[in-house]
Design a protein around this ligand. Structure first.
Ligand code: PLP
Length: 818
């Protein structure tokens, strides 16, 4: 146990307005903010943070799981049932967590580097870690933990195992940085660049810069772009860098691009020095220069810097979830391995309910700052606490400490040894987390475990889905429920994985189009209520068997369902009534209402959970009066129904753009569809969403052709000039419509838009890439960053909904989580 932990009593003394401590001497090692992410129950303190739900409701379950210490804000929370619990009441639980982190920070005298800026924080932090690791034992922020909650969690990791800390700090609006500065108390400040990120939270770029610089108020040194130096107090000690101002301490004079690296030449103390880095983008160069400046400011010898810089590794913070062999899923996190990122990855593993078994394949962990015996004992405890079912350890250290792991664990000395003994039949029906240090080359294992499909992939950014969910939730009045639409394979994104993520983040309802989609979700472990939009009489049996809730939209389908339930002697089965207020697609009409009331009053086999309607033009100004009429007609209908039933039901009418434009019509629930996937029809909203989906393919072959030669079927494509074509692995069978042939469609090749040439084939497309630098095997963006799904929809003269739902299921989906 670390000598730096607090007891419950000490925490209480730090932050409590009031407390009741039944176990005051309980040592606290872990800060817990998510009831599902327990690492070690007893030594955790749970903070009931304010979110969209009241976190106090999780306290009984946490107590049953062994958590004993709680920091809460609800004065009326009844603690009598928790005879061994410690309860500490505070005004604001987030501030209390920050206070505790501050007190923890004060116990350590070693230097702390803080990194902030609009872009590049995580890369600069990770690179500084790579560059300084030979000289220091470093504790750093896990992933991109840089928020009001992420920073306290990062700082909490400080212990006497380390002698240097590197933390990142990020803000999205004014007045946040002072809090972070007080927690981190940096000795050295590093500013990356100031760009457009989070512009909406600030009046101007200047205000944003000044807000960020508050982090460095008490720092003894700030490493900063020369251009921003004047924004600091004149007395501040700085080390400046610049790509264009020769008065900077480190002034970059020349950048030369070679095949596999970039040389950066700079002037420093009147001498010319240089480094080579294995990257070429301008952003990478800038980040490398910032790191270089930090190292020089710390008097690290230039010869050392040169050696370390050329070995810089790509920073890949994302976890990828892919379809594996034999009914399995693979979480690929084979780029970094340390204890805190293992903890985070195990939580992600735990969120997956698609398969019954949870497996971890782990390599030795290097540079943990801890002695190996202590480290692997902690790892073993983590596996037990996180419920890992199957463990495979790779590496000499893990093998040496194999006795601390569960008995049925398997160990190999090296990745090669694992591969020699690999039998694909050993892996089935499981979710497998691959977590390895870079030098173990786990990408080879990843290749063997993932399904081989042709290399066109749809990438789905799970963080973006969550950000979009949060964006819409923020528009809802307190208590309004959210139904997430996952019909049509979750708008092309993959139902199981998306539903699983949404379930984890506690959406209230899911909706699918057909019963079999709902059945598939139940089989993938989804427990949330599921509404079926188009139930068929033939599917009633499986609807009831899988506890799905049908939308009943006409007297005929209602009668049929009631008859079915009566034949089963079922009682109070949940149903949803759809009302037609103008869409004229499905729904009860006003003329049906009396018969409907009689039916519902005389049959206790059904219980109306909700009554809803659908807007026909929620996104369109031109139809505002029609929309208002739909809303008021809907109210008439539900009021009439409600006054005739002796129980209440939920009412809902808003889809995505309805949520954005008609806040007065939220009733008790809304139905969020396309917005979740990052797409909106309303321009002002578009910019506030994060893009979720991108589609990439690869170049199979490049051809040099003469002017006048033809390309593809029926000789439709004619080279208008001497040039090059690229054949890419996507065709109309993948959902790239044939209408995009002959120059109508374009794809992004090495940052340049290349038009299609000739007809689109079933599995392939040819592009005119004359003048574009690229090679066989390179990625091509069909839509994504630089060429959006809106752009593609426009070329096709359709809406993005159609583009994304048309992508064939044979295109591999890869989910990632940053
Ligand atoms: C698809 C659908 C939605 C969601 O619409 P979006 O525009 O994608 O938000 C809502 N309600 C019903 C009935 C739907 O069919």
């Amino acid at each position: 146990m670390s000598q730096f932990s607090f007891t419950a009593e000490e925490l209480s003394a730090l932050v409590a307005r009031k407390s009741q401590l039944n176990a005051p001497n309980q040592e606290i090692q872990h800060l817990l903010t998510d009831s599902r992410k327990i690492t070690d129950a007893k030594s955790s303190v749970f903070f009931a943070l304010k979110g969209s739900r009241d976190a106090h409701q999780y306290i009984p379950a946490l107590y049953r799981a062994g958590v004993r210490t709680f920091i809460i804000s609800d004065l009326s929370f009844n603690v009598t049932d928790f005879s061994e619990g410690n309860f500490i009441w505070v005004a604001d639980t987030t501030l209390a967590m920050q206070e505790i982190a501050k007190a923890h920070r004060c116990k350590f005298a070693y230097p702390v580097i803080a990194v902030t800026g609009s872009n590049g924080k995580t890369i600069v932090k990770e690179w500084l870690y790579q560059l300084l690791a030979p000289d220091y034992d470093i504790v750093r922020s896990p992933k991109s933990y840089n928020s009001q909650i992420g920073v306290p969690l990062s700082v909490w990791q400080m212990s006497d195992d380390y002698n240097l800390a590197i933390f990142e700090a990020g803000i999205s609006s004014g007045n946040e940085m002072e809090h972070l500065a007080a927690i981190i108390k940096p000795d050295i400040g590093v500013l990356t660049n100031i760009g457009a990120a989070h512009d909406e939270g600030f009046a101007s770029r200047d205000e944003k810069l000044h807000e960020k610089l508050k982090l460095f108020k008490n720092a003894r040194l700030v490493v900063i772009n020369q251009q921003f130096k004047d924004a600091l107090e004149p007395s501040k000690n700085t080390f400046t860098w610049s790509l264009n101002d020769e008065t900077a301490d480190l002034y970059v004079v020349k950048i030369t691009h070679k095949i596999s690296f970039t040389s950066i030449h700079a002037k420093y103390k009147n001498e010319e020095i240089s480094v080579n880095i294995p990257f070429s983008s301008l952003a990478s160069i800038e980040n490398a220069v910032i790191c270089w400046a930090v190292l020089l400011s710390q008097n690290i010898a230039q010869v050392q810097i040169e050696k370390r810089m050329q070995k810089l590794l790509q920073v890949k913070m994302r976890l990828e979830l892919k379809t594996g062999i034999n009914q399995s899923a693979i979480i690929d996190d084979s780029y970094n391995s340390d204890f805190s990122s293992l903890d985070i990855a195990l939580d992600f593993l735990n969120q997956q309910n698609q398969y019954p078994t949870k497996t971890l394949i782990l390599s030795d962990i290097h540079q943990s700052g801890k002695a190996n015996d202590e480290l692997y004992r902690d790892v073993a405890m983590l596996l037990t606490n996180k419920g890992v079912d199957r463990f495979i350890g790779i590496g000499a250290d893990l093998k040496r400490f194999s006795s601390v792991f569960p008995v049925h664990s398997v160990f190999y000395n090296s990745t090669d040894e694992f591969i020699e003994n690999f039998r694909s039949s050993d892996f089935k029906n499981e979710t497998i987390l691959l977590k390895g240090s870079r030098d173990f080359g786990f990408e080879r294992i990843s290749k063997m475990l993932t399904q081989k499909v042709h290399e066109t992939v749809m990438e789905i950014n799970l963080n973006a889905i969550l950000a979009n969910l949060k964006h819409y939730k923020a528009k809802l009045r307190p208590g309004v429920k959210l139904m997430a639409m996952v019909k049509a394979f979750a708008y092309g994104s993959g139902s199981d994985e998306i539903a699983n993520l949404l379930q984890h983040h506690r959406v209230d309802y899911l909706a699918v189009a057909y019963a079999d989609e709902g059945v598939a979700l139940r089989q993938a472990g989804i427990k949330v209520p599921i509404m079926v939009l188009s139930p068929e009489v033939s599917s009633f049996e499986s609807i009831v068997e899988h506890n799905l809730e049908p939308e009943l939209y006409s007297p005929r389908i209602l009668d049929a369902f009631v008859d079915f339930l009566n034949s089963k002697n079922a009682q109070f089965y949940p149903i949803h009534i759809k009302v037609d207020t103008g869409m004229h697609r499905l729904g009860f009409d006003f003329k049906d209402i009396d018969a409907l009331i009689v039916k519902l009053k005389t049959n206790t086999s059904v219980l109306v959970k909700s009554v809803f309607s659908h807007l026909v033009a929620s996104d369109n100004d031109a139809h505002n009066s029609f929309t208002l009429k739909q809303i008021s007609d809907f109210e008439l209908f539900v009021n009439r129904l409600q006054s005739n039933l002796d129980y209440t039901f939920l009412r809902h009418i808003l889809n995505t753009s309805g949520i954005s434009r008609w806040p007065q019509a939220q009733f008790e629930m809304v139905r969020l569809g396309i917005g979740l996937y990052g797409i909106e029809s309303i321009d002002t909203e578009k910019a506030l969403l994060e893009p979720v989906v991108s589609l990439k393919t690869t170049i199979s072959q490049i051809k040099e052709l003469e002017k006048g030669e033809t390309v593809g079927y029926s000789r439709k494509g004619v080279m208008q000039h001497k040039g090059k074509t690229a054949t890419v692995k996507i065709g109309y069978a993948d959902g790239y419509p044939r209408a995009l042939g002959n120059g109508v469609g374009k794809m992004l090749v090495n940052g340049v838009l290349a038009p299609t040439i000739g007809n689109i084939c079933m599995d392939m497309t040819m592009l005119d890439i004359s003048g574009i630098e690229t090679s066989e095997g390179d990625d091509v963006i069909v839509f994504g960053e630089g060429f959006s799904v809106y752009d593609l929809a426009e070329q096709l003269d359709t809406i993005p909904y159609e583009v994304i739902t048309n992508i064939s299921q044979r295109v591999k989906r890869v989910y990632y989580y940053e």
